[in-house]
Design a protein around this ligand. Structure first.
Ligand SMILES: [Fe+2]
Length: 296
């Protein structure tokens, strides 16, 4: 039986009648087709174990290994745990502050992520939504004068929050200060084209984020920082966004090559949210003025 794809918005769809842990080669093609048409796919009613999530993810492509190795799932090192839960001894169950500012996953790495797969394990009673911003729509909305300032320019991206005045290091995550201090020397800044061509569709998007983009190559900060602020205002504009409120057993796959996303938090005190995450590895980002896909 074919899977069912219901459009939620022009770039978001939900997938029904599909059991990811039993995905056939035919269903894999249907999922990949849907993923080319929509940038966010919400797979409903998935109850995979961490091992099954790893296996399912690997069928869709090679995986990125999480750089944060403290919170890997004991069943599979492909799976990172995101959770606000703190054990009685003060240690965290998962990454506490994962995704707390607008970003595209691993855009601070030379070969940034293609897609992220996030599985809801425990939803909070209130809060915990995830926001997505369509960066194709943002690029299309940029005034011509702004567009001309970013085309062929490169954003400076860095994972360490120490270097980024736009973000705050979470007090709730016990190891955060040490992690981001160590990241300074471990992960040097990476240049990414500010305008990125989608390798499958050829469509252009703005490719930067308040979380990871800390400057612009060959541009003084007196000019670059106000320009980044202007670009980020588009990301904050709700008309380019989709808000996902998680239902039990939702699994969401999104395209990091043309989206920014953000965890909204706002949980009630004492409430717990837990997610499992895998990341599909991507290729280096590029800009082609003709909008040519890298592969057909
Ligand atoms: Fe993320």
């Amino acid at each position: 039986m074919a899977i069912k794809v219901n459009e939620i918005t022009s770039w978001v769809a939900e997938v029904l009648d599909f059991e990811g842990s039993l995905m056939t080669s035919g269903e894999k093609l249907e999922i990949e087709q849907a993923f080319r048409s929509y940038h966010v796919l919400v797979l409903r009613d998935q109850t995979m174990t961490a091992s099954q999530l790893s296996e399912f993810s690997r069928k869709l492509g090679p995986l990125e290994q999480p750089i944060n190795t403290l919170y890997l799932h004991p069943e599979s090192s492909d799976v990172l745990i995101l959770s606000n839960e703190i054990r009685p001894d003060g240690t965290a169950v998962g990454v506490v502050d994962g995704g707390d500012g607008w970003h595209s996953d691993s855009s601070h790495q030379p070969e940034p992520a293609k897609a992220t797969i996030l599985q809801s394990i425990k939803n909070p009673d209130v809060g915990g939504d995830t926001l997505y911003c369509n960066m194709h729509m943002v690029f299309d909305a940029l005034p011509e004068t702004t567009r001309s300032k970013v085309v062929r320019k490169f954003g400076v991206n860095n994972v360490s929050k120490v270097l980024n005045p736009r973000v705050k290091i979470s007090d709730a995550r016990p190891d955060a200060k040490e992690f981001y201090q160590a990241a300074l020397t471990k992960y040097p800044s990476v240049l990414q084209p500010l305008v990125r061509t989608h390798p499958e569709t050829g469509r252009q998007s703005l490719y930067c984020s308040p979380r990871f983009t800390i400057g612009i190559q060959d541009m003084d900060d007196t000019e670059a920082q106000p320009l980044l602020d202007e670009l980020f205002e588009f990301i904050y504009d709700e008309k380019f966004q989709y808000r996902h409120t998680w239902s039990a057993n939702d699994m969401v796959i999104w395209d990091n090559r043309c989206l920014n996303h953000k965890a909204t938090g706002n949980l009630a005190p004492g409430d717990i949210r837990r997610m499992h995450r895998t990341v599909l590895r991507g290729d280096s980002a590029y800009y082609d003025p003709e909008g040519r896909p890298r592969r057909q």
